[in-house]
Every structure is written in C-alpha cells, then in structure tokens.
Design a protein. Structure first.
Length: 166
C-alpha cells in the first residue's frame, strides 16, 4: 500500500493506512493498545492526535479507532477510540471521544467536542461544545467533502510517497 507519512509524524502499534492517504507533520497515531484503521484517500492534518482505549475492567474489549475513506481530519484534531465513516470533515481543533460515531457525510465544525457514545448524523453541519446539529449541508458543502479528499491526494503526490505495508 502507498501512503504519504511525513517524516515528523509518529505512527506506532497496530495501525493500517490505506492507499492515497496522507499523514502530515507532527501527527501522532498510537495503535499501541488497540488497533487503528484508516481508509483510502483520507488526510490527517498537522498536529492531530489519534489514539484508542485499552481492554480493562472499565472498558471490556477496549475500543479501536476506525476512520473511513475520503475523510478530512483538520489540523490539531483529536480522535480517540471513535468511528468516523466515509466522506466526513472533522474541523480543526475538534475532539471526538470514545465510541462516538460520525456518520458518512457529516461535517463537524472547528473546535467542536463530540461526547463519548454520541452519534453525529450524516448530511448535517455540527458545531459546538458539546456538538449540536445546526443545519443540513448545502449541495456545495457536500461536494466539498469529496473535493477536500481529492485535493489532499494531489497534494501528497507532490511529496515523496512512502510505501506502507499492511
């Protein structure tokens, strides 16, 4: 598999990153105590932190982190043991906590907080701390979700592509 992993990013543990995905400077992706799966054509932007929850008496089985295809994760976002489905945008500085689900086609505004276990419905803009549904996405915003993913595929190709074997 081919993905762009910036030389300043840290990726450790049980992490799989699909084709045409990019991990930008100063990201930390820690699959050291559970697994992380990141789909194709996804971008994890500068300074983001991705982590998981371990198996314990407080969380039987722990929780992995699953990120779908064509997802844009904005600068300095924190994704912790959650699921982000396909074609989503996670705004800069947002935090998504354990067992939350961001459904396909959702847009989470910058600086938002998604509480543990919350389901963020696709097709809507969500904002705030805690995140609340604001309105339906416009057709232009829906198109932007695909555009953003495609833009980062082009951008990562300008950099040296590092082979990443699953």
């Amino acid at each position: 598999m081919n993905a762009y992993i910036d030389e300043t990013a840290l990726v450790i543990g049980d992490v799989e990153i699909d084709d045409d995905t990019s991990v930008w400077p100063m990201c930390v992706i820690r699959g050291d105590i559970h697994h992380i799966r990141i789909g194709s054509r996804t971008n994890i932007q500068d300074g983001s932190v991705l982590h998981v929850t371990h198996d314990s008496e407080y969380k039987r089985g722990g929780s992995p982190l699953i990120i779908g295809h064509e997802v844009t994760v904005g600068h300095q976002a924190t994704l912790h043991a959650c699921t982000v489905e396909d074609q989503c945008l996670i705004g800069m500085g947002s935090i998504v906590l354990d067992d939350a689900v961001i459904e396909s086609g959702a847009m989470l505004g910058a600086g938002s907080l998604v509480n543990p276990g919350k389901i963020i419905e696709g097709g809507y803009l969500w904002l705030g701390r805690p995140a609340r549904r604001v309105r339906k996405l416009t057709d232009k915003e829906k198109a932007y979700l695909k555009y953003s993913a495609a833009h980062y595929v082009k951008l990562q190709r300008r950099h040296q592509v590092s082979p990443l074997v699953k």
